[in-house]
Design a binder for this molecule. Sequence first.
Ligand code: NDP
Length: 315
Amino acid sequence: MERQQLSTRCLIIGSGPAGYTAAIYASRANFSPLMIEGDQPGGQLTITTEVENFPGYHEGVQGTQLMEDLRKQAERFGADIRGGFVTEVDFSKRPFRVKTDNGLEITADTVIISTGARARYLGIPDEDKYNGMGVSACATCDGFFYRNQSVAVVGGGDTACEEALYLSNIAKKVYMIVRKDHLRASKVMQKRVNDKDNIEVLYNSNTVGLFGDGVVQGAHLVEHKGTDREREYDIAIDGFFLAIGHSPNTAVFKDYIDLDEQGYIKVQGASTRTNVPGVFAAGDVADPTYRQAITAAGMGCKAALDVERFLLEGE
Ligand code: NDP
């Protein structure tokens, strides 16, 4: 593979709302940022449908369109946006060194990590088949489309409870599909779920398939799998929401950057500083709590301002 050497004052890794916003700010501050898009250009929003809660789009916007708009805005101010996936980093000394799978070898004075997180899926083939056609991993993004319909949320943690509660105010009926005989969520969340008349928790249940003509119309479940009480049954649903956790995309940074026990990048206080001076983090990769496009964008802005301060003032 032909290798290409590049050098930048500010390298942005990842092209979700955090990365693009950082690119807009860093370009306007004249730092000519270089962005490496990653393996899902545009990030998680490119796999949802309509986004109705991003301020400024009063009639909603397709996720792909929103990301294209952000990209154009970054390019307008001179951001250099390249394809590729970062495979190797050396943050042991400055300038930092980064390599990509398509042959780029980059030296950078500062780095903003905005590689995001990905929702975990069960791994059954029907999740791919019905992706965007009833399968979602984000109730706040897609829940609105299930007004007065029936939906299921998979998982028994705080996220699953939160998603189920959110959906219970929109949908007619919400099932929670929980593989154990209890919820893992905090007691307060369990109580809220139990207090909702239209949420039914299906314990000891695993999803083995989905069915429907083009769109999800139901799920095949199995109860007490692998025991003599095993029973297969179906539920009729229009939406199937995964809430079995997220994984931040931090594997390539773990030798240099301090991560929390779930793998999210630790940032210092209200800043976007990591433990390595000159390396900053923004968006879902450093935020297990809010995980919204607008909060990621806000953090991308902060990261670019932190870079500016770092470059102008030094450590
Ligand atoms: P968790 O890891 O806490 O829960 C994941 C849930 O998904 C568990 O019930 C787990 O089941 C289930 N699960 C995992 N894999 C599978 C599978 N293959 N099939 C079926 N079920 C599966 O993740 P969350 O995203 O819920 O929470 C992450 C962290 O964020 C937690 O610390 C949580 O407390 C926190 N959080 C706090 C909130 C709040 O306080 N308001 C809101 C949201 C998150 P099992 O229990 O059997 O392992």
